[in-house]
Design a protein around this ligand. Structure first.
Ligand SMILES: [Zn+2]
Length: 269
Protein backbone atom coordinates (compact mmCIF):
# COMPACT_ATOMS: atom_id res chain seq x y z
CA UNK A 1 0.00 0.00 0.00
CA UNK A 2 1.04 3.57 -0.58
CA UNK A 3 0.11 6.29 1.92
CA UNK A 4 -0.80 9.71 0.55
CA UNK A 5 -0.60 12.65 2.93
CA UNK A 6 -0.81 15.35 0.29
CA UNK A 7 -4.50 16.15 0.88
CA UNK A 8 -6.44 17.16 3.98
CA UNK A 9 -7.42 13.57 4.83
CA UNK A 10 -4.55 11.05 4.74
CA UNK A 11 -5.42 7.85 2.87
CA UNK A 12 -3.79 4.72 1.43
CA UNK A 13 -4.04 3.04 -1.97
CA UNK A 14 -3.17 -0.41 -3.30
CA UNK A 15 -0.35 -0.35 -5.83
CA UNK A 16 -2.11 -2.96 -7.99
CA UNK A 17 -5.21 -0.74 -8.23
CA UNK A 18 -3.39 2.60 -8.46
CA UNK A 19 -2.17 1.49 -11.87
CA UNK A 20 -5.79 1.92 -13.06
CA UNK A 21 -6.38 5.36 -11.55
CA UNK A 22 -7.51 6.79 -14.89
CA UNK A 23 -10.64 4.61 -14.80
CA UNK A 24 -11.23 4.06 -11.08
CA UNK A 25 -10.91 5.91 -7.81
CA UNK A 26 -10.12 3.93 -4.68
CA UNK A 27 -8.92 4.63 -1.17
CA UNK A 28 -8.50 3.18 2.30
CA UNK A 29 -9.21 5.71 5.03
CA UNK A 30 -7.23 6.09 8.24
CA UNK A 31 -8.41 7.20 11.67
CA UNK A 32 -6.48 10.42 11.25
CA UNK A 33 -7.69 13.76 10.03
CA UNK A 34 -4.19 15.07 10.20
CA UNK A 35 -0.65 13.94 10.72
CA UNK A 36 1.23 13.00 12.81
CA UNK A 37 -0.88 9.92 13.60
CA UNK A 38 -2.24 9.47 17.08
CA UNK A 39 -4.67 7.05 18.68
CA UNK A 40 -6.49 10.21 19.84
CA UNK A 41 -7.56 10.86 16.25
CA UNK A 42 -11.01 9.52 15.56
CA UNK A 43 -12.01 9.91 11.91
CA UNK A 44 -14.69 7.22 11.88
CA UNK A 45 -17.01 6.56 8.94
CA UNK A 46 -19.30 4.12 10.82
CA UNK A 47 -22.80 5.31 11.72
CA UNK A 48 -24.37 4.60 15.16
CA UNK A 49 -20.90 4.27 16.66
CA UNK A 50 -19.24 6.11 19.52
CA UNK A 51 -19.47 9.56 17.91
CA UNK A 52 -22.47 11.60 16.85
CA UNK A 53 -23.93 10.57 13.48
CA UNK A 54 -23.73 14.19 12.33
CA UNK A 55 -19.95 14.04 12.68
CA UNK A 56 -19.82 10.71 10.79
CA UNK A 57 -21.89 12.16 7.93
CA UNK A 58 -19.62 15.19 7.85
CA UNK A 59 -16.59 12.84 7.70
CA UNK A 60 -18.16 10.92 4.81
CA UNK A 61 -18.95 14.20 3.01
CA UNK A 62 -15.40 15.48 3.53
CA UNK A 63 -14.03 12.23 2.04
CA UNK A 64 -16.31 12.40 -1.00
CA UNK A 65 -15.36 16.03 -1.58
CA UNK A 66 -11.66 15.22 -1.37
CA UNK A 67 -12.09 12.65 -4.15
CA UNK A 68 -14.39 14.84 -6.22
CA UNK A 69 -17.79 13.21 -5.94
CA UNK A 70 -21.05 13.54 -4.00
CA UNK A 71 -21.80 11.51 -0.83
CA UNK A 72 -24.92 10.42 -2.71
CA UNK A 73 -22.62 8.12 -4.74
CA UNK A 74 -21.87 5.95 -1.70
CA UNK A 75 -23.41 2.51 -1.23
CA UNK A 76 -22.98 0.71 2.10
CA UNK A 77 -23.86 -2.89 3.02
CA UNK A 78 -25.13 -4.03 6.41
CA UNK A 79 -22.13 -6.41 6.85
CA UNK A 80 -23.53 -9.33 8.83
CA UNK A 81 -20.55 -11.75 8.48
CA UNK A 82 -22.33 -13.63 5.70
CA UNK A 83 -21.31 -14.25 2.10
CA UNK A 84 -24.07 -12.56 0.09
CA UNK A 85 -22.85 -10.44 -2.83
CA UNK A 86 -25.13 -7.64 -4.06
CA UNK A 87 -25.06 -6.53 -7.70
CA UNK A 88 -25.35 -2.77 -7.30
CA UNK A 89 -27.28 -0.68 -9.85
CA UNK A 90 -28.11 3.02 -10.28
CA UNK A 91 -31.22 2.73 -8.10
CA UNK A 92 -29.01 1.68 -5.17
CA UNK A 93 -26.97 4.90 -5.24
CA UNK A 94 -26.97 6.61 -1.86
CA UNK A 95 -28.16 3.51 0.02
CA UNK A 96 -26.64 3.61 3.48
CA UNK A 97 -24.89 6.88 2.70
CA UNK A 98 -26.89 8.87 5.24
CA UNK A 99 -28.55 6.33 7.54
CA UNK A 100 -28.11 2.73 8.54
CA UNK A 101 -31.74 1.85 7.77
CA UNK A 102 -31.03 1.90 4.02
CA UNK A 103 -27.84 -0.22 4.15
CA UNK A 104 -28.06 -3.12 1.66
CA UNK A 105 -29.62 -5.71 3.94
CA UNK A 106 -27.77 -8.94 4.88
CA UNK A 107 -25.01 -8.15 2.39
CA UNK A 108 -21.22 -8.37 2.91
CA UNK A 109 -19.94 -7.77 -0.61
CA UNK A 110 -20.95 -5.56 -3.52
CA UNK A 111 -20.08 -5.45 -7.21
CA UNK A 112 -21.00 -3.02 -9.97
CA UNK A 113 -20.06 -2.09 -13.51
CA UNK A 114 -21.79 1.30 -13.32
CA UNK A 115 -19.87 4.57 -13.23
CA UNK A 116 -20.17 6.92 -10.28
CA UNK A 117 -21.14 4.35 -7.64
CA UNK A 118 -18.75 4.24 -4.69
CA UNK A 119 -18.79 0.81 -3.02
CA UNK A 120 -17.79 1.42 0.59
CA UNK A 121 -16.74 -1.31 3.05
CA UNK A 122 -16.21 -0.61 6.76
CA UNK A 123 -13.74 -2.40 8.98
CA UNK A 124 -11.95 -2.44 12.32
CA UNK A 125 -9.98 -5.76 12.26
CA UNK A 126 -12.11 -7.56 9.65
CA UNK A 127 -10.54 -7.60 6.18
CA UNK A 128 -11.70 -5.07 3.59
CA UNK A 129 -11.07 -6.41 0.08
CA UNK A 130 -11.29 -4.40 -3.16
CA UNK A 131 -11.65 -5.92 -6.64
CA UNK A 132 -11.24 -4.65 -10.20
CA UNK A 133 -11.71 -6.35 -13.55
CA UNK A 134 -10.04 -3.81 -15.86
CA UNK A 135 -11.14 -5.78 -18.96
CA UNK A 136 -14.88 -5.96 -18.23
CA UNK A 137 -14.70 -2.69 -16.26
CA UNK A 138 -16.31 -3.98 -13.08
CA UNK A 139 -15.45 -3.38 -9.43
CA UNK A 140 -16.18 -5.01 -6.10
CA UNK A 141 -15.76 -4.49 -2.36
CA UNK A 142 -16.05 -7.17 0.33
CA UNK A 143 -15.92 -7.42 4.11
CA UNK A 144 -14.37 -10.62 5.48
CA UNK A 145 -14.03 -11.34 9.15
CA UNK A 146 -13.21 -14.90 10.15
CA UNK A 147 -16.74 -16.01 9.26
CA UNK A 148 -16.66 -14.42 5.81
CA UNK A 149 -13.15 -15.78 5.30
CA UNK A 150 -14.12 -19.40 6.07
CA UNK A 151 -17.32 -18.89 4.03
CA UNK A 152 -14.92 -17.87 1.21
CA UNK A 153 -16.65 -14.61 0.36
CA UNK A 154 -13.86 -13.64 -2.11
CA UNK A 155 -14.80 -16.71 -4.19
CA UNK A 156 -18.44 -15.56 -4.15
CA UNK A 157 -17.33 -12.18 -5.48
CA UNK A 158 -15.28 -13.81 -8.28
CA UNK A 159 -18.25 -16.05 -9.17
CA UNK A 160 -20.52 -12.98 -9.34
CA UNK A 161 -18.00 -11.23 -11.62
CA UNK A 162 -18.09 -14.27 -13.91
CA UNK A 163 -21.89 -14.61 -13.89
CA UNK A 164 -22.74 -10.93 -14.20
CA UNK A 165 -19.95 -9.51 -16.32
CA UNK A 166 -18.39 -12.51 -18.04
CA UNK A 167 -15.12 -11.83 -16.23
CA UNK A 168 -12.09 -14.05 -16.59
CA UNK A 169 -10.67 -14.45 -13.03
CA UNK A 170 -7.14 -14.16 -14.40
CA UNK A 171 -7.89 -10.53 -15.34
CA UNK A 172 -9.13 -9.57 -11.87
CA UNK A 173 -6.93 -7.46 -9.60
CA UNK A 174 -7.46 -7.61 -5.82
CA UNK A 175 -6.30 -5.58 -2.83
CA UNK A 176 -6.50 -7.21 0.61
CA UNK A 177 -6.62 -4.33 3.06
CA UNK A 178 -5.41 -3.59 6.58
CA UNK A 179 -6.95 -5.91 9.18
CA UNK A 180 -5.92 -7.85 12.22
CA UNK A 181 -2.77 -9.80 11.32
CA UNK A 182 -1.71 -13.27 12.39
CA UNK A 183 0.65 -11.42 14.78
CA UNK A 184 -2.40 -10.51 16.89
CA UNK A 185 -5.30 -12.72 15.82
CA UNK A 186 -5.66 -15.37 18.52
CA UNK A 187 -8.58 -17.69 17.78
CA UNK A 188 -10.47 -20.44 19.57
CA UNK A 189 -11.06 -24.08 18.75
CA UNK A 190 -14.32 -23.27 16.93
CA UNK A 191 -12.47 -21.12 14.39
CA UNK A 192 -9.66 -23.66 13.97
CA UNK A 193 -12.12 -26.42 13.14
CA UNK A 194 -14.05 -24.23 10.69
CA UNK A 195 -10.80 -23.30 8.93
CA UNK A 196 -10.01 -26.99 8.64
CA UNK A 197 -13.49 -27.73 7.24
CA UNK A 198 -13.29 -24.87 4.74
CA UNK A 199 -9.73 -25.36 3.49
CA UNK A 200 -9.24 -29.08 4.12
CA UNK A 201 -6.22 -28.26 6.28
CA UNK A 202 -5.01 -25.68 8.76
CA UNK A 203 -1.48 -25.82 7.36
CA UNK A 204 -0.17 -22.37 6.52
CA UNK A 205 -3.29 -20.74 7.98
CA UNK A 206 -3.31 -21.53 11.71
CA UNK A 207 -0.07 -21.16 13.68
CA UNK A 208 1.08 -21.56 17.26
CA UNK A 209 1.95 -18.19 18.79
CA UNK A 210 4.61 -17.13 21.26
CA UNK A 211 2.32 -14.30 22.43
CA UNK A 212 -0.87 -16.23 23.09
CA UNK A 213 -2.08 -19.47 24.64
CA UNK A 214 -4.34 -20.23 21.68
CA UNK A 215 -3.20 -20.38 18.06
CA UNK A 216 -3.44 -17.52 15.56
CA UNK A 217 -5.24 -17.35 12.18
CA UNK A 218 -3.81 -15.73 9.04
CA UNK A 219 -6.84 -14.02 7.49
CA UNK A 220 -4.75 -12.51 4.69
CA UNK A 221 -3.30 -15.85 3.62
CA UNK A 222 -6.69 -17.58 3.81
CA UNK A 223 -8.37 -14.99 1.59
CA UNK A 224 -5.41 -15.05 -0.78
CA UNK A 225 -5.66 -18.85 -1.00
CA UNK A 226 -9.39 -18.59 -1.79
CA UNK A 227 -8.72 -16.06 -4.54
CA UNK A 228 -5.96 -18.15 -6.14
CA UNK A 229 -8.22 -21.23 -6.00
CA UNK A 230 -10.90 -19.14 -7.77
CA UNK A 231 -8.46 -18.40 -10.61
CA UNK A 232 -7.00 -15.03 -9.62
CA UNK A 233 -3.30 -14.72 -10.49
CA UNK A 234 -1.05 -14.51 -7.41
CA UNK A 235 0.72 -11.50 -8.93
CA UNK A 236 -2.64 -9.71 -9.21
CA UNK A 237 -3.23 -9.90 -5.46
CA UNK A 238 -1.77 -7.30 -3.14
CA UNK A 239 -1.82 -7.83 0.61
CA UNK A 240 -1.47 -4.57 2.56
CA UNK A 241 0.27 -6.52 5.35
CA UNK A 242 -0.77 -3.88 7.86
CA UNK A 243 -2.13 -5.23 11.13
CA UNK A 244 -4.82 -2.90 12.48
CA UNK A 245 -3.95 -3.75 16.10
CA UNK A 246 -0.20 -3.23 15.63
CA UNK A 247 -0.88 -0.08 13.60
CA UNK A 248 -3.66 1.20 15.82
CA UNK A 249 -2.42 4.77 15.40
CA UNK A 250 -3.47 4.59 11.75
CA UNK A 251 -6.45 2.22 11.80
CA UNK A 252 -9.29 1.32 14.11
CA UNK A 253 -8.99 -2.09 15.76
CA UNK A 254 -11.83 -3.77 17.65
CA UNK A 255 -9.32 -5.87 19.57
CA UNK A 256 -7.53 -2.69 20.59
CA UNK A 257 -10.85 -1.51 22.03
CA UNK A 258 -12.04 0.78 19.21
CA UNK A 259 -15.65 1.12 18.16
CA UNK A 260 -14.82 3.43 15.25
CA UNK A 261 -14.57 2.21 11.66
CA UNK A 262 -12.20 2.97 8.80
CA UNK A 263 -13.22 2.26 5.24
CA UNK A 264 -12.08 0.91 1.90
CA UNK A 265 -13.89 2.25 -1.14
CA UNK A 266 -13.79 1.86 -4.91
CA UNK A 267 -15.64 3.62 -7.74
CA UNK A 268 -15.56 3.62 -11.53
CA UNK A 269 -15.06 7.21 -12.72
ZN1 LIG B 1 -0.52 -7.30 14.92
Amino acid sequence: MIFDNSQSLPFAQFEVLKAFNSSIQHFVTTRNQSLPPSTQNYFTIGLNGPVDNGIVLSNRKQLAEQFGFSPNSYVFASQVHGKVVAVVKEEDKGKGAFERSSYLCDVDAMVTNRKGICLFTQAADCVPILFLDPVKKAIGAAHAGWKGTVAKIPAEVIKTFRDEYGSNPSDIVVGIGPSIGSCCYEVGEEVVSMVKDAFGTTEGLIFPSYKFVKPVFDLWGANRRTLVDAGVKPNNIEIASLCTKCHNKFFFSARAGDKGRFGAAIMIV
